[in-house]
Design a protein around this ligand. Structure first.
Ligand SMILES: [Zn+2]
Length: 448
């Protein structure tokens, strides 16, 4: 057995791991960029040594000519193959495991890109996920004993991990969960009742709640910060949340597979710090070659902490650009632009250029349409048609509607025929998230 110690961790081992991990994670964010790069290389080597024992990576490393993973260099990471859900499905989960499956917990991800994901990890690996959340919370003045309201999916069971254990024991406050499709007045009632120092949730749900607070003039006890997750977090969402709750709004780039990957710098909201101590995050072109710093590309993530089921060069489908500068806040963690949604959720112009959510939001901003638009969704349809579905807070004047139409048409009219339609309601997807852009499936795009 490879891991006799963690094969059956008791609560004491789990809590001890959590404490040690939290202290390390808290400290490591202040390492210099050079120290972090050295740490990444060490952790990458350790992870690759484990990965080499799996059926899939054993063969893949050989094929890439990597005979000694213990001496692998960070700069060579491009030699390792990309990973995605299809590759995992093709080879089977068992081909990626270094330990017996029985001791692992299931992690499912929503199928917002078409293919739901299934991953496995060890309970003790959860400690690192919790510690990275606490890094974000504590950067914004939150404490481990703070209660929180989380507006996301309610029926998602708590995963077995040390934090869950501590919550069940009553050592940590429970998380009050509300559905992202709950009526904003119900969420507001709960927020006023509990006055939680931590308010967190899907960006769309937080935005709807903030709008409700502003529209009704409700007085809300300010949380320490509002954490927006799970889909593209727009500027509009952050602005509304700060205005409504009189607290900093934080953009957290987090996925079920990896946990918190990047998060708003407390000193400047518009850039994200990458958790470089836990991941190697690359930004690549569609052909997989690296893009230069400052250029938008697809994010590719390698976890340095997952060894039960290593995830190496996993294609996220999300887009962002690396920023080369160092940060004034003193953290050595690298910087990333805000994340521009999924490549699968971007609409392609005939030139190949992408229409992304922030870009569409900027059109609405230029048209001052936020005064009357509550939510929108842009649907691509065959024959190069774009339908802008708009859920309005009040009917626009002729001038307002005309201004928006004109700005949209002058921006995409050469490539698409545009229709702006006022609808009663834009439904959230079954996974509880609002999809702003709905492109045609790839095969229909080429036919269109
Ligand atoms: Zn910073």
């Amino acid at each position: 057995m490879a891991f006799p110690l963690i094969a059956s961790p008791g609560p004491i081992a789990a809590i001890s791991t959590l404490l040690q991990t939290s202290l390390r994670v808290e400290k490591d964010q202040w390492l210099s960029a050079e120290e972090l790069a050295a740490l990444q290389e060490t952790r990458l080597r350790q992870m690759l040594v484990e990965a080499a024992r799996t059926r899939y990576y054993g063969a893949a490393l050989c094929e890439s000519g990597i005979t000694d993973p213990a001496r692998f260099e960070l700069a060579q990471i491009g030699r390792l193959p990309f990973l995605d859900r299809q590759v995992i499905a093709l080879h089977g989960l068992e081909s990626f495991l270094t330990v017996d499956r029985a001791g692992l917990i299931d992690v499912m991800t929503s199928g917002s890109t078409g293919t739901p994901g299934h991953f496995l990890r060890h309970k003790l690996e959860e400690a690192d996920y919790s510690a990275r959340w606490w890094r974000v919370y504590s950067a914004f003045g939150c404490k481990a004993w703070d209660s929180q309201i989380n507006v996301a999916i309610v029926n998602k069971p708590d995963r077995a991990g040390p934090i869950t254990f501590l919550r069940r024991m009553g050592v940590l406050p429970r998380i009050e969960r509300m559905g992202s499709d709950a009526a904003p007045e119900d969420v507001l009632r709960k927020v006023r009742e509990l006055a939680p120092p931590i308010l967190t949730g899907y960006a769309g749900a937080i935005e709807a709640l903030a709008e409700h607070v502003l529209a009704t003039g409700a007085r809300v006890p300010p949380p320490r910060a509002v954490f927006c997750t799970a889909m593209e977090v727009t500027d509009r969402c952050l602005e509304l949340a700060e205005e409504a709750f009189q607290a900093p709004a934080v953009d957290v780039y987090v996925t079920n597979e990896f946990g918190v990957i990047a998060w708003s710098c407390p000193a400047r909201r518009n850039v994200l710090h990458v958790n470089d101590d836990a991941f190697v995050v690359e930004v690549v072109n569609p052909d997989g070659t690296p893009v230069p710093p400052g250029t938008l590309g697809e994010l590719v993530v390698t976890s340095l902490g997952l060894t039960s089921m290593p995830l190496i060069r996993y294609r996220m489908g999300d887009m962002a650009a690396r920023l080369p500068e160092t940060c004034e806040c003193g953290r050595g963690l690298g910087l990333l632009t805000r994340v521009h949604g999924r490549t699968a959720h971007a609409i392609r112009r005939p030139s190949g250029a992408l229409i992304t959510t922030p870009w569409v939001t900027s059109l609405f901003g230029r048209a001052m349409a936020h005064t009357w638009v509550r939510r929108f969704q842009v649907r691509e349809e065959p024959g190069r048609h774009l339908r802008f579905l708009v859920d309005v807070r009040r009917p626009p004047s002729e001038v307002q509607r005309h201004t928006l139409t004109e700005i949209v048409e002058s921006s995409v009219g050469a490539d698409f025929e545009v229709a702006i339609e006022i609808v009663d309601r834009i439904p959230v997807a079954p996974n509880g998230k609002l999809q702003f852009l709905v492109p045609l499936p790839r095969d229909e795009q080429t036919a269109a």
